[in-house]
Design a protein. Structure first.
Length: 225
């Protein structure tokens, strides 16, 4: 399966944390850019590529291959003008999913208008999360579980093709659970079907896996991706 390419523009605390978190996720190729050489140096070990440059400059974005990104995350919310310029250029060059950080609701609306597909207001979202944890104790456990686990759509290939789920013993051998599957011939919009123990893995089928991030990474490596 082709790796999903994510571009992170801006390497402050927020952007650097995103790069580090993506590094732990299987199937993600991360590209980072920031005008600070020091900030770039700090993420080089956890990014596939890291560049020093002005992420608001269209020439820089073109030069680092931003047009090839599946997702772009623009993190410097305090610099509203720069964020707008960056989002608009990413939209213009054809990036389909653009996540931008905003300081206020009004700036969030502007960013959505110029091309962002999602806007993040950190203080607002963190406030909601803390409130949820306080009101519903079990929610904190679910959030902690989600933080340590990963959903991964695996394109079936390799030694497990031809085996049933019972024979593959993914839970026992790899610590992974199969939530569902979609046949190779099905359209991408088709819903996943529940996979029973007698389901036989076919090459090209997509299996929706869930497991600890480290377990998913080991499995993907062993399967040759």
């Amino acid at each position: 399966m082709k790796k999903k390419k994510v571009l992170v523009v801006g390497l402050g605390r927020f952007g650097s944390e995103i790069v580090a978190a993506l590094w732990k996720s299987a199937g993600i190729e991360t590209i980072a850019v920031d005008s600070s050489a020091e900030a770039v140096d700090e993420v080089k070990s956890v990014a596939d590529a890291a560049f020093v440059g002005d992420g608001t400059d269209p020439r820089v974005l073109r030069g680092i291959g931003a047009a090839e990104a599946d997702v772009a995350v623009v993190t410097f919310g305090e610099n509203f003008e720069g964020t707008v310029l960056c989002v608009a250029e990413l939209k213009r060059i054809g990036v389909s999913e653009i996540v931008a950080r905003a300081a206020t609701a009004s700036t969030a609306n502007v960013l959505l208008a110029v091309g962002a597909t999602r806007v993040v207001q950190l203080e607002r979202e963190m406030g909601r999360r803390v409130a949820l944890e306080l009101v519903t104790p079990i929610a904190a456990e679910l959030l902690e579980f989600a933080h340590a686990h990963q959903l991964y759509p695996w394109l079936a290939a390799g030694p497990l093709v031809g085996s049933t789920l019972a024979e593959a013993e993914l839970r026992k051998r790899h610590g992974i659970t199969v939530l569902g599957h979609r046949t190779a011939a099905a359209a991408a919009s088709t819903r996943f079907e529940v996979a029973g123990p007698n389901y036989r893995i076919a090459k090209g089928d997509v299996l929706m896996l869930v497991g600890e991030t480290s377990a998913i990474q080991r499995f993907v490596t062993q399967m040759g991706e």
